[in-house]
Write a protein of this length. Structure first.
Length: 249
């Protein structure tokens, strides 16, 4: 009597679903078109949400029985200016070195004069202590000139200082935040230092003036310098005539 051959398609369909994929499927089933799953090189469950849906999605992720993300462990700002473009001029760096703070570039080498529509985003890292699972939520600001998102402090009180940090360093405004002010830089600091177009040497510096008896602001006195060591591109060890003929390619 011959032994039955198992159906390959049936075996594959019966393969166990990973916990991350199971969570992602549950989120998509619950929230539908309000969320869009995006890829992650580290395997984290990551969803993108529109600013208008941010608070509703946040409440669902906190309260729904299968999610229970009762803790927001971090909110971080991101500046996607010239994202994916190569800023480093390595081919002409042999003689003079190079520094990413000199100019701004986008794909093709053009100057990034116009900010992209999807420039600033806030990323929310959520943790469910009761269900031992994690999820990442990302929301892009609709306006790069005045980036605004709703504050999630009514949902997670722990986001208070995190949103202040994103405001301070990236200039993202969080509507409805109870006390949106700088948290890391000085009270009179100008600009947002984590933006990609912020000069690496800064704009102003502070010092104590003994004659005036107070701290004063003045133009930065640090000289611009190359921040990356000289790169030597020519090396005789890699010259064609020095290559081992036994090696292919």
């Amino acid at each position: 009597m011959s032994e039955a051959v198992p159906d390959t398609a049936a075996v594959q369909s019966a393969a166990p679903v990973s916990r991350a994929d199971g969570l992602a499927s549950a989120v998509e089933a619950q929230l539908g078109a309000r969320v869009n799953r995006v890829g992650s090189t580290t395997g984290e469950v990551t969803f993108e949400v529109k600013p208008a849906d941010l608070l509703e999605v946040a409440r669902t992720l906190r309260d729904a029985q299968g999610f229970k993300f009762e803790t927001c462990i971090d909110v971080c700002g991101v500046d996607y200016l010239a994202h994916g473009a190569d800023e480093w001029k390595t081919q002409s760096a042999t003689a003079s070195g190079f520094s990413r703070g000199v100019a701004r570039f986008v794909a093709g080498g053009a100057a990034a004069d116009a900010a992209p529509a999807r420039r600033f985003a806030a990323v929310y890292h959520l943790l469910s202590v009761s269900l031992n699972q994690r999820l990442r939520l990302r929301a892009f600001c609709e306006d790069a000139e005045q980036p605004v998102l709703d504050s999630v402090t009514p949902v997670w009180a722990s986001a208070n200082w995190f949103e202040r940090e994103a405001f301070d360093l990236f200039g993202i405004l969080f509507k409805g935040h109870p006390d949106l002010r700088r948290i890391l830089t000085d009270y009179g600091f100008i600009g947002h230092p984590f933006r990609k177009d912020f000069p690496l040497i800064g704009n102003v510096e502070v010092r104590y003036d003994p004659e005036k008896g107070r701290v004063i602001y003045q133009p930065v006195s640090i000289d611009a310098r190359t921040l990356v060591p000289r790169v030597i591109r020519q090396d005789n060890r890699y010259a064609p005539e020095m290559k081992d003929p036994r090696q292919n390619g």
